[in-house]
Write a protein that binds this ligand. Structure first.
Ligand SMILES: *[C@@H]1O[C@H](CO)[C@@H](O)[C@H](O)[C@H]1NC(C)=O
Ligand SMILES: *[C@@H]1O[C@H](CO)[C@@H](O)[C@H](O)[C@H]1NC(C)=O
Ligand SMILES: *[C@@H]1O[C@H](CO)[C@@H](O)[C@H](O)[C@H]1NC(C)=O
Ligand SMILES: *[C@@H]1O[C@H](CO)[C@@H](O)[C@H](O)[C@H]1NC(C)=O
Ligand SMILES: *[C@@H]1O[C@H](CO)[C@@H](O)[C@H](O)[C@H]1NC(C)=O
Ligand SMILES: *[C@@H]1O[C@H](CO)[C@@H](O)[C@H](O)[C@H]1NC(C)=O
Ligand SMILES: *[C@@H]1O[C@H](CO)[C@@H](O)[C@H](O)[C@H]1NC(C)=O
Ligand SMILES: *[C@@H]1O[C@H](CO)[C@@H](O)[C@H](O)[C@H]1NC(C)=O
Ligand SMILES: *[C@@H]1O[C@H](CO)[C@@H](O)[C@H](O)[C@H]1NC(C)=O
Ligand SMILES: [Cu+2]
Length: 561
């Protein structure tokens, strides 16, 4: 071993030759995405929707860990488009991350862009989706990451695997839905159905015939790869009469966790094993909204369903429906998340950069009180009292090319004032500042963030998604975070790693990550309308000392603004 390392140090050329057989197991995977439109009918209503390769949900991509994925996106649709590879760490490939006006300008109609990145050190399920305006409602699909050739799962090989994508459907053009909301300063219209693999299922009108079905054989074990692509709701997920063993979240293996209920935030992915150990025939796989707003408005009380069907059973018998917790069962929702544990944790022990970030809604006044929100104003979202203003040039391009006046580097580590965050907040504190501020991070620094939800306008659960990194969820609680007493209860031993955390309703969550990836990384609420309202912020990670620790130059075909 000592000799080998000496050889490695002395001869970079030999090093390449030695690595070659290992490299050979990684492949180049090429896909083409043609963005277009399609006429689709759900819940008795026909809409023209934006799709990839004419599919809804879009194509599933299957790769192995270590593969280089190259996707040419050809925009033949009517709207500007970008594609985000949700949860992919994009080590050294920030340009391929995809959020519009953050890492790239949009691919305008008639143009194309090729996303080129390698998937390193991640196994399980992730997904891809449009990252501009409201297009991800229909432009999304699963990204399955299998172990390298010759490697195995840390659990017995399932008999088969099924992607399960939770989504929402509007009886309207989703671009009109968000445009109308932003113009009037009110929340967007709710969806008209929830879906599993784009089908609402038996409890929505005109939908029963096309309900998604999963065919299983008795006594075999199956892997469900669940993606919550929903736009504005966290979902409870159950299968009648069947327990699930959770084995991965966000493409990070978990300590196997057997449960009959999942809570999946929009942005999260969960891999579960199910054993077909029941006697009979048909069972509903169902989801139902977890709605954390105290008034419980703004959601449908109907379950989207798919059917788990044992082979050989008659399809005419009535399936059993699982019982769901109440729509606002906050303790049950967060108990599930609190029980998650990593299989192979490695939590950073020392923190270099400590941030306390308040997050929630705010109210901005409109000229002559002309908006339709409270007091003629409009609702916005904010982090540390700064509501994000989308720039006209992508921040990464501005940074790389030294273009000034696109963003400022003064995102603060703390909110401007201390108040009773989750209590009833005085009106004088409701109006945030507007800005395009980034938080600059030193390469390789360990960052701890405590997210504190506020009660401005309303308390709510917000699923916060960080691009380009996974983070450990080291703590969470209800009410106001206490910096003297709460850290003592942090789990620094085996917390789960995630890319999206549901910050508890009227509560807080603490995360840790290492800023080991140079570039510009968006962090935002994964409720799509909240992000559209400025519930976003950006990290800028500086280059490190090594050759591979620097932001590479942009791809030649990067779209221009
Ligand atoms: C993808 O990027 C790598 C560098 O990271 C480069 O070597 C390769 O040529 C690129 N492939 C394509 C098809 O652009
Ligand atoms: C939103 O809902 C209202 C009330 O149902 C309806 O009048 C309006 O047309 C909807 N807006 C859009 C953009 O679909
Ligand atoms: C569902 O299928 C039944 C029987 O095949 C058919 O009569 C009915 O019209 C179908 N309903 C819809 C909404 O397609
Ligand atoms: C939803 O349904 C449950 C039980 O079916 C009922 O208790 C609850 O009141 C309903 N909620 C709404 C908002 O309709
Ligand atoms: C606001 O109202 C005043 C008085 O009615 C009017 O003169 C002014 O043009 C209005 N401003 C805007 C921005 O609508
Ligand atoms: C903050 O507000 C909550 C809810 O109104 C209240 O129960 C609590 O006592 C308040 N805390 C402080 C320190 O005032
Ligand atoms: C946010 O900043 C504005 C000033 O831009 C101030 O008026 C407001 O009170 C602040 N709100 C909070 C919650 O800090
Ligand atoms: C990053 O930080 C870790 C832990 O502090 C250290 O061991 C490692 O050498 C650092 N890597 C670089 C490239 O600076
Ligand atoms: C599409 O993107 C281009 C380039 O950023 C921009 O100039 C244009 O305004 C965008 N179109 C729409 C409808 O937003
Ligand atoms: Cu939110």
């Amino acid at each position: 071993m000592a000799r080998l390392s000496r050889v490695l140090k002395l001869a970079p050329l030999i090093c390449i030759i030695l690595i070659a057989p290992w490299m050979a197991s990684a492949a180049l995977v090429r896909r083409k995405f043609t963005i277009g439109t399609q006429s689709v009918t759900r819940v008795c209503n026909t809409q023209t929707i934006v799709t990839v390769n004419g599919q809804f949900p879009g194509p599933t991509i299957s790769v192995r860990e270590g593969d280089n994925l190259i996707v040419e996106v050809d925009n033949n649709g009517p709207y500007n488009v970008t594609i985000h590879w949700h949860g992919v760490k994009q080590l050294g490939s920030c340009w391929a991350d995809g959020p519009a006006y953050i890492t790239q300008c949009p691919i305008t109609p008639g143009n194309k862009f090729t996303y080129n990145f390698t998937i390193t050190g991640q196994e399980g399920t992730l997904w891809w989706h449009a990252h501009i305006s409201y297009l991800r409602a229909t432009v999304h699909g699963a990204l399955l990451i299998l172990p390298r050739a010759g490697k195995v799962y840390p659990f017995p090989k399932p008999a088969a695997e099924f992607p399960i994508i939770l989504g929402e459907w509007w009886n309207a053009n989703v671009e009109d839905v968000i445009a109308d909301a932003l113009k009037r300063g009110v929340p967007p219209n709710d969806s008209d159905a929830y879906t599993i693999n784009s089908q609402p299922g038996d409890f929505f009108p005109c939908s029963a015939n096309d309900t998604a079905r999963i065919l299983v054989e008795r006594e075999k074990t199956y892997l469900l790869r669940i993606v919550n692509a929903g736009m504005l709701h966290a979902s409870f997920f159950k299968i009648a009469q069947h327990k699930m063993t959770l084995v991965a979240v966000d493409a990070v293996y978990t300590k196997p966790y057997t449960t009959d209920l999942l809570l999946i935030q929009p942005g999260n992915t969960m891999d579960v094993l199910i054993k077909a150990n029941q006697q009979s025939e048909l069972y509903y796989i169902g989801t139902r909204v977890y709605n954390s707003q105290p008034l419980g408005t703004g959601y449908l009380n109907t379950s989207a369903t798919a059917i788990l069907q044992y082979k050989g059973s008659s399809i005419s018998s009535a399936p059993l429906l699982p019982n769901f917790p109440a729509f606002n069962d906050k303790p049950t929702a967060f108990k599930f998340t609190k029980n998650l544990r990593s299989l192979r944790p490695s939590v950073p022990k020392n923190v270099d950069e400590e941030m306390f970030i308040t997050e929630g809604f705010g109210l901005v006044s409109c000229p002559n009180n002309s908006c339709a929100g409270i007091n003629g104003g409009k609702a916005v979202g904010s982090f540390n009292n700064i509501s994000f203003v989308e720039p006209e040039i992508a921040i990464l391009q501005a940074y790389y090319n030294g273009i000034s006046r696109v963003f400022t580097r003064d995102f603060p580590n703390n909110p401007p004032q201390t108040f009773n965050y989750t209590g009833s907040v005085p009106r004088s504190l409701w109006e945030p500042e507007l800005g395009t501020k980034v938080k600059v991070l030193k390469f390789n620094s360990t960052v701890q963030i405590v997210f504190q939800n506020t009660g401005i306008i309303t308390i709510q659960n917000h699923p916060i998604h960080l691009h380009g990194h996974d983070f450990y969820l080291v703590g969470q609680g209800f009410g106001n975070y206490n910096s003297r007493t709460d850290p003592a209860n942090f789990n620094l031993v085996n917390p789960q790693m995630l890319n999206t955390v549901g910050v508890p309703t009227g509560g807080w969550a603490a995360i840790r990550f290492v800023a080991n990836n140079p570039g510009v990384w968006l962090m935002h609420c994964h409720f799509e309308s909240h992000s559209a309202l400025g519930f976003d912020m950006v990290f800028l990670t500086e280059d490190g000392p090594g050759y591979s620790d620097k932001l590479p130059p942009p791809p030649l075909d990067l779209p221009k603004c």
